[in-house]
Write a protein that binds this ligand. Structure first.
Ligand code: ZN
Length: 72
């Protein structure tokens, strides 16, 4: 059975799927990843990546790490 997704911050069910620019903290660096699919909480504005969004974040993180290693 599939559970209805809840905001993991405030527990709200008012979530809306959106494409957003997602901010990530990588070590001391703040990076942003464009066009990530997330569920946005309409109550507290918390962003929760969907499975697809999470895949994109992971891909981007791996790319970033490769670039950092090359220039490292
Ligand atoms: Zn919330």
């Amino acid at each position: 059975m599939k559970k209805k997704p809840l905001c993991d911050k405030c527990g709200s069910q008012n979530l809306k799927v959106q494409l957003v620019t997602y901010p990530m903290q990588m070590g001391e660096k703040q990076i942003t990843i464009g066009r990530v699919t997330v569920r946005k909480c309409l109550d507290c504005n918390h962003l929760i990546p969907t499975e697809k969004g999470q895949e994109k974040i992971t891909r981007c993180m791996i790319n970033m790490m490769d670039i950092m290693m090359l220039h490292g």
